[in-house]
Design a protein around this ligand. Structure first.
Ligand code: SAM
Length: 569
């Protein structure tokens, strides 16, 4: 059973509380009736009303898959989906299907159904499945349009129109999609639009969802002592503490020359003892890694480049699925312990591999999600409870700041920040789970879309990637949950290197003033996420895209204030 933590935004907006309660009820009902497509559709509508169009699309897609299950006897969950729908067949049409001109569907001719499955007669169940599929197409196309995924929105809209060409809502949605496409592509009303040019990536809310009970209080004694206990072997001279960080600004500001600037509390890594120049600060092993090459030459577990095969190579192949190679016995045993049995011989190897160059980043994040799902499945815990992700901060924005204000005095809409696409957030993760022989309906608690989105938020702020030296394309990525606790500074006191283990070492010399390196007890470990040789403007542009705002570290502020004083002289 889900509990709903109270959310500040509910008090501000009384309409949200009943919707959140309805969402909770429907989620509980789905836990006991997981193949009920009507419940999924109802929850999709609640998500739409709560302004989570991505989550609405996720539920409508599961409902659509279930309509296929109902229709096709050969499908795996046919019996369960049919039985769940039969509950509604003898009753008046469920409320969620009585929408606008949806009743047209009853009159539709012996419909040649979605995905080419034909209806085997006018059985009420089949009619209901047809009606439900059209409702799914409506919710999917409108929600994906709102998420900025126009190409996929249009394709679902057209699939719906193929079933009921005169449906008013679908025709309206098609017009909206075309209007938005014209605006985005700067096309006049008479100019034709090439479907291939339609944008298919958007942004959605990045937040700790009001019902997410998995996020720990990262500042509590309990969390800090857990993290510090783990840190003793990796970084014996460091500790995790609360750190006061500059608030990232949206752009240039007058505050560069100020002594005091706004700050916020986050976590950071601090030296407990003096650390000498060149000394290793942290050495971390993580197998939350990803590789997007189909024929990879890296260890499946730690991502290290494998040495050429030779008689003294220590590389080990899994004896069951021979293609999976590990750099040595240690990595193989760790993989066996933490994730590999969940995907061994499961044909997941080719998913998201060798992507188009425009999809490289999304494919790497998807492969990290895939590893996380294998870890949680093998360890039999919720994905957000996996130690490697549990304590990561996902740069979440407060729920109330993400909310859409529908009042007449509303300001501009909020800027959502989590990159989203139908393919990488909804379709492929579900496909991957199916390949892992996981029932995507019966495990909703662990594999709901909001769980994937939360994991993506965490990966996006913390994963490091490595470029392939042969063509410069990023092809390996990893999340090192302790390394990523060290905050960024453009005058870092450490350097980092990832090759099987993530290594942080104290710098021999500092960037600013070329002063001596080394870190004194009590000082914060200052990492660098960008190339610190870039000029201040470029570093700040990088921070805007990567940290989510203008870098306000001392070096950036000093350099920017110096430049602007020069201009004013
Ligand atoms: C890899 S995490 C660092 C650890 C993080 N502070 C925590 O509490 O887990 C990166 C996030 O920390 C924050 N951060 C790191 N360096 C920063 C800096 N120099 N100024 C402001 N925020 C910073 C940003 O929110 C960034 O997205």
């Amino acid at each position: 059973m889900e509990t709903s933590p109270s959310s500040g935004s509910d008090e501000k907006d009384p309409c949200r509380a009943p919707l959140l309660e309805r969402r909770r009820q429907l989620t509980d009902e789905l836990a006991s009736s997981p193949y009920d497509l009507i419940l999924f559709l109802e929850r999709a509508v609640v998500y739409s009303n709560l302004a989570y169009p991505d989550l609405a699309a996720g539920d409508a897609y599961r409902a659509l898959l279930l309509t296929d299950e109902v229709r096709d006897e050969g499908f795996e969950y046919h019996d369960q989906a049919r039985e769940a729908l039969d509950k509604y067949a003898s009753e008046p049409c469920p409320e969620v299907l009585r929408h606008g001109s949806l009743a047209d569907v009853d009159a539709a001719p012996d419909v040649d159904m979605v995905d080419g499955h034909s209806v085997d007669g006018p059985h009420p169940r089949q009619q209901l499945a047809t009606l439900a599929s059209v409702r799914c197409f409506q919710v999917l196309s409108l929600s994906l349009l709102l998420c900025g995924c126009l190409k996929t929105a249009l394709s679902f809209c057209e699939r719906g129109l193929a079933v009921v060409p005169t449906n008013t809502e679908l025709n309206e949605i098609k017009t909206y999609i075309e209007q938005v496409a014209r605006r985005k592509l700067r096309k006049g009303p008479e100019e034709s639009i090439d479907r291939q040019d339609l944008p298919d990536r958007g942004v959605v809310r990045r937040e700790i969802y009001p019902w997410n009970t998995y996020e720990p209080d990262r500042f509590s004694e309990e969390s800090l002592s857990f993290l510090n206990q783990r840190l003793t072997t990796m970084a014996p001279k460091c500790e995790v503490r609360v750190s006061s960080l500059p608030v990232l600004l949206e752009g240039e500001s007058e505050t560069d020359g100020y002594e005091v600037i706004p700050t916020c509390d986050q976590l950071g890594l601090f030296a407990k003892e003096d650390i000498a120049p060149g000394e290793v600060v942290l050495k971390e092993y993580s197998l939350l890694t990803a590789n997007n090459r189909l024929k990879e030459s890296t260890c499946d577990a730690c991502g290290t480049e494998l040495p050429p095969l030779s008689s003294n190579s220590q590389a080990v192949s899994c004896p069951e699925c021979y293609d999976t190679v590990f750099c040595d016995e240690f990595c193989y045993s760790q993989a066996e312990k933490q994730y590999h049995p969940a995907i061994c011989e499961k044909e997941v190897d080719s998913i998201a591999k060798d992507p188009d160059s425009k999809d490289i980043d999304q494919s790497l994040y998807l492969l990290l999600l895939s590893r996380l799902l294998a870890m949680s499945t093998h360890q039999d815990i919720h994905p957000l409870e996996v130690e490697e992700v549990k304590y990561i901060w996902g740069d979440f924005v407060p729920t109330e700041q993400n909310d859409i204000d529908l009042s007449v005095n509303a300001g501009p809409p909020p800027e959502w920040t989590l990159p989203f696409s139908f393919k990488y957030n909804i379709e492929t993760p579900l496909h991957l789970l199916e390949k892992m022989d996981i029932d995507i309906y019966d495990t909703l608690d662990r594999h709901d879309l909001w769980v994937f989105n939360t994991a993506y938020s965490k990966f996006r702020g913390t994963a490091s990637a490595r470029k392939n030296p042969r063509d410069g394309r990023p092809d390996v990525a990893a999340v090192h949950p302790f390394w990523c606790l060290a905050n960024h500074d453009c005058d870092p006191n450490v350097t980092w290197e990832w090759g099987g283990r993530m290594l942080l070492s104290a710098r021999e010399t500092r960037v600013v003033g070329k002063g001596p390196g080394g870190i004194k007890a009590g000082e914060e470990i200052l990492n660098h996420y960008c190339d610190v040789d870039l000029p201040v403007q470029k570093r700040r542009e990088w921070a805007q895209g990567s940290l989510g705002g203008w870098c306000m570290c001392k070096r950036c502020r000093d350099e920017a204030a110096y430049l602007s004083n020069g201009e004013n002289r």
